[in-house]
Write a protein of this length. Structure first.
Length: 424
């Protein structure tokens, strides 16, 4: 209950300073202030949720013959290392810190060197809220700092959010110290639009699945499979809506798409579009750099959100995670076919389906090999629901009750109520 009170106080301070933290996050990452506010809201909700669970940590009592019994205790792991990506800096830190602290661990958090700011504010807030000194720590740095944390003998667990190649290295380092890891890695998720969907919802869903945070979202549904019967009407509407997305200064109220994280990443995203064209995809809209009118923004890393048509499953833009505002549209004819194609990927983070047929919706998500599935919506993240991947998208879960298992360990105590019967 003491941990719970401290987490609730931290949540209260975040709510109170929402505007200031959201502004800092926009400066940190380049996403629109509109979205940064949503991230901050999800962050304090996460702290409140784990504050609620902190007092519920408990074991089991198991009866044994002759009045003997056993019981289990949920104990903290110790010092947990959190290593974060740059796309949701404050939120990722809260998703890791809240269950870690609720379970009684300490955390050393390393943000991405591209977004060092807001997690420092989080550490200050924790201190103000009454978290004991040294329990939540921030270290800045890049790969070398991350490696140091993973190898450190006092670190008991590593929770990592980032790319698959780094995830592989993290798991290798953790293996050397036999440390448990949570890996939240990349994705190339399918979004399946059946012809019996509510079209406007499906269009909204496809935009939500592709263009939040400049498309730099791990669970994005970037392979949009559309039943051929509605391909034209759906595509036309998606293109029309994509062209209307307001790009520009992320601190302006009406901006809905800010700047990508840095120049190399922008070049990389542009490279994927160039390659898509070479491989036969058609750019239906966007894809070019965007230069805002405001002269002080002219060197910003802005681009126009892009919709690709004429895509096939073997194209690079359909197989690889682009991590930018690029949607690929792929027609399909039957349920069986689309499920097979949707699962034909090394990733398994998320998936979505739009249909009015409730049986079909449940049948399809049951067949999807992905950890986070959506029916008739996409990319909402209630903290009550566990989140994490299948296959190369990683393992372990954040959020929901499930995360408590990944930040605690089980001790079994066997109690003898009779005499010891020795076999010797
Ligand atoms: N599944 C999820 O929840 C989730 C959420 C956000 C982002 N992501 C993924 O993250 C990726 C983009 O983020 P990124 O470019 O920051 O990823 P990244 O793998 O380059 O870096 C992630 C973090 O790891 C650190 N790091 C890099 N090399 C390291 C090493 N050798 N040892 C230890 N730490 C090291 C970085 O400094 C950074 O803090 C995308 O693939 C995206 O899908 C996944």
């Amino acid at each position: 209950m003491e941990r719970s009170r401290v987490l609730l106080e931290a949540a209260r301070i975040i709510r109170e300073q929402r505007e200031e933290i959201a502004t800092l996050e926009t400066i940190n990452n380049g996403k629109s202030i509109f979205e940064a506010r949503v991230d901050i809201d999800i962050s304090w909700q996460c702290l409140e949720y784990y504050a609620g669970l902190a007092g519920s940590l408990a074991g089991e009592h198991i009866q044994l013959p002759g009045g003997s019994f056993g019981y289990t205790r949920r104990e903290p792991l110790g010092v947990c290392a959190g290593i974060g990506a740059w796309n949701y800096p404050f939120q990722v830190a809260c998703w890791k810190a809240a269950p870690a602290l609720a379970c009684g661990n300490a955390m050393v958090f390393k943000p991405s060197p591209f977004t060092p700011l807001t997690v420092v504010r989080l550490a200050e807030i924790f201190t103000e809220a009454g978290v004991p000194k040294g329990l939540f720590n921030v270290v800045q740095g890049g790969a070398a700092t991350g490696q140091f944390l993973c190898h450190h003998p006092d670190v008991a667990k590593i929770s990592f959010t980032g790319s698959v190649p780094t995830g592989i290295k993290i798991m290798g380092m953790a293996a050397k110290g036999i440390k448990p890891v949570t890996l939240e890695l990349g994705g190339k998720s399918p979004l399946i639009i059946f012809s019996d969907c509510a079209l406007e919802n499906a269009v909204n869903g496809a935009l939500m699945a592709n263009f939040l945070t400049q498309g730099e979202v791990c669970c994005n549904g970037t392979r949009v499979f559309v039943e051929r019967k509605i391909l034209d009407v759906f595509t036309k509407e998606v293109v029309k809506r994509t062209q209307k997305i307001k790009i520009g200064d992320p601190l302006l109220e009406d901006t809905r798409m800010g700047a990508l994280i840095n120049r190399p990443h922008l070049d990389r995203v542009q490279g994927f579009i160039k390659q898509a064209k070479e491989q036969g995809a058609e750019v239906l809209c966007g894809g070019d750099l965007y230069v805002p009118d405001d002269p002080k923004l002219k060197n910003g890393y802005y681009m126009q959100p892009c919709v690709l048509g004429n895509c096939t499953d073997d194209m690079t833009c359909v197989k690889e995670e682009i991590f930018g505002p690029v949607m690929s549209i792929l027609p399909f004819d039957t349920e069986e076919e689309v499920v097979e194609r949707a699962n034909n990927t090394k990733f398994g983070l998320a998936g979505g389906v739009f249909t009015r047929d409730i049986q079909k919706a449940h049948r399809v998500v049951a067949a999807l090999k992905a950890g986070m599935c959506f029916i008739n919506n996409y990319n909402i993240s209630p903290v009550e629901l566990p989140f994490g991947g299948y296959k190369a998208s990683g393992f372990g879960r954040e959020n929901g009750r499930a995360a408590m298992e990944y930040y605690s360990q089980l001790k079994t105590v066997c109690v003898e109520m009779g005499d010891v019967e020795s076999v010797f």
